[in-house]
Design a protein around this ligand. Structure first.
Ligand SMILES: [Zn+2]
Length: 70
């Protein structure tokens, strides 16, 4: 799994935090108490939108802007 706060891969899931976004259980994790506390803060003040946990926003689908190649 990937930690939704620090984005480390292959970490052991310590806390299931999917409920913060009404996600089903076992879909969003953090790897440590530290990440849990910090991510919880972001969730509470709304800043998680900028943090963009990968488990929620999934694969990168960043399309270049229409003007990119001009
Ligand atoms: Zn972490």
């Amino acid at each position: 799994m990937i930690c939704s706060y620090c984005y480390k891969t292959k970490v052991v899931a310590k806390h299931d935090v999917g409920h913060w976004w009404n996600n089903p259980p076992e879909s969003v994790y953090v790897c440590s108490d530290e990440c849990y506390t910090k991510l919880e803060k972001l969730v509470k003040n709304g800043a998680w939108m900028d943090h963009k946990p990968k488990a929620i926003f999934g694969k990168k689908e960043q399309k270049p802007s229409p003007n990119f190649d001009k």
